[in-house]
Design a protein around this ligand. Structure first.
Ligand SMILES: Nc1ncnc2c1ncn2[C@@H]1O[C@H](COP(=O)(O)OS(=O)(=O)O)[C@@H](OP(=O)(O)O)[C@H]1O
Length: 422
């Protein structure tokens, strides 16, 4: 009886021990859960295991969860300005632009025109009528000029009118945008500016007249085009392009984001050999498996995230996605789809391409009035450095849920999961 009296209960040694043990176990459990939740936030929350290995979610909830996580993670700062980004890779630099972000220089059209090379060196000029163009002499020895290509490829005189583009290749950097544009320029109803105008990201304040003036003249029925791959990852670009032309057609060349990241890195490495290894840059903490999604080489490949912004302004029917892989394997097949999308006659066909063994890529056959076939320049189709297969595997795992989301959004399966190694 005394055992159960309140006083004896709290003074008795046995219950005090029990009470102590009970409190201790509660504290330990509490601490355990705290640590677990802390660990979860430390891990990148989109890792495949988080969403796909639970086996408890439906496809729909997976999609929603992923989208929510995408934005919550964004706000948690994973995409915050990366100090490395400024010195290592410029997310806006396509066509082999030197990667150091020096906007004083880049505000001008500094993009080199990496056209389909002829084997003969052709004297170079700045493209886009030379307006505002800053040349990069060390790269130009093998480039043809816009004027030169316009004559040889488009076979169109400068009669006509300069118009704002009706179609733009908006991305993605290192996706194969140059190959696509140059193949399109073979079409007599397409006229395109050779350089990347970067109007909607770097030169917007120069105004639409400036932009229009960069364009080649077109005759009735011809389409004006340009390509600037950085638009796809530029926050303001969808709104700005919509303001210019709500019915514009948008083309996006996408490529396995892991290979794209390595290609991006390879471009930077070619200009700045002293940069750290890919493996170092790819992780915030390699031991913990924390991928650095703020590194632009990796961030660009989260296609679903960027596409979300475009879908707020344009319906999917105004977008066409080109597989960067297929563009290499079957350029004519991809070109047929692009021409259909643009409402063009299928004029660019397999007759225009051949596989160049030395280059390792398809090239354009020589035009009738020239003796030289045209392959893209040295900066397209670079040899990639060997990357640790474990890093590649982790990156594939990292991208998988985003890729799935992208397939759902576009209704196209690009099958990047089938290539687990480089
Ligand atoms: N026909 C042909 N010839 C050469 N290269 C080709 C071709 N088709 C696609 N590709 C791939 O294009 C990749 C470069 O992509 P982009 O032109 O979009 O690069 S950039 O953003 O404009 O710098 C380039 O990437 P890397 O191989 O990593 O250099 C090529 O793989």
């Amino acid at each position: 009886m005394a055992f159960w009296s309140p006083t004896s209960f709290f003074t008795s040694k046995v219950p005090r021990k029990i009470l102590f043990m009970f409190t201790l176990s509660l504290t330990v459990t509490y601490l355990f859960y705290c640590l677990m939740s802390c660990y979860n936030t430390l891990q990148f929350p989109f890792q495949e295991s988080y969403v796909y290995q639970t086996g408890q979610v439906t496809e729909e909830t997976t999609f929603i969860t992923l989208r929510e996580k995408l934005y919550s993670t964004t706000s948690q700062g994973y995409f915050a300005e990366d100090p490395v980004q400024k010195t290592v890779t410029d997310p806006t630099a396509g066509d082999d632009k030197v990667s150091t972000v020096n906007h004083a220089v880049n505000m001008e059209i500094g993009e080199r025109t990496t056209e389909w090379d002829s084997s003969q060196a052709v004297p170079t000029k700045t493209a886009a009528g030379g307006q505002g163009a800053a040349s990069e002499p060390e790269h130009q020895e093998s480039s043809t000029t816009d004027d030169d290509l316009s004559r040889r490829v488009n076979c169109t005189s400068d009669y006509g009118q300069k118009k704002l583009p009706q179609a733009i290749i908006i991305g993605v950097k290192k996706g194969g945008t140059r190959a696509l544009l140059e193949a399109l320029r073979v079409h007599p109803d397409v006229r395109a500016v050779g350089n990347e105008p970067h109007f909607f990201d770097r030169n917007y304040e120069k105004g639409l007249d400036w932009y229009r003036d960069l364009m080649p003249s077109t005759l009735e029925g011809q389409i004006t085009m340009e390509k600037t791959p950085s638009y796809f990852v530029t926050n303001n670009a969808p709104k700005r392009i919509h303001t210019m032309a709500r019915d514009i057609k948008l083309i996006i060349v996408v490529r396995n984001p892991v290979t794209r990241a390595i290609s991006d890195y390879t471009q930077t490495l070619s200009k700045k050999p002293e940069i750290p290894n890919f493996e170092v840059l790819a992780f915030k903490n390699r031991t913990l498996g924390l991928i650095d999604a703020s590194w632009s080489a990796l961030r660009i490949g989260i296609y679903a995230l960027h596409l979300e912004s475009w879908l707020q302004y344009f319906p999917l029917s105004q977008m066409h996605f080109v597989s960067g892989e297929q563009l290499i394997v079957d350029p004519a097949g991809e070109m047929a789809k692009v021409q259909d999308f643009l409402g063009l006659k299928r004029i660019v066909t397999d007759k225009h391409f051949y596989f160049n063994k030395t280059k390792g890529f398809p090239c354009l056959k020589k035009p009738e009035d020239s003796s030289t076939p045209r392959c893209l320049g040295k900066s397209k189709g670079r040899t990639h450095p060997k990357i640790d297969p474990d890093v590649i595997r982790r990156l594939h795992k990292f991208y998988k849920p985003y890729n799935m989301m992208f397939y759902q959004m576009t209704g196209q399966n690009f099958q990047w999961e089938q290539v687990e190694t480089q």
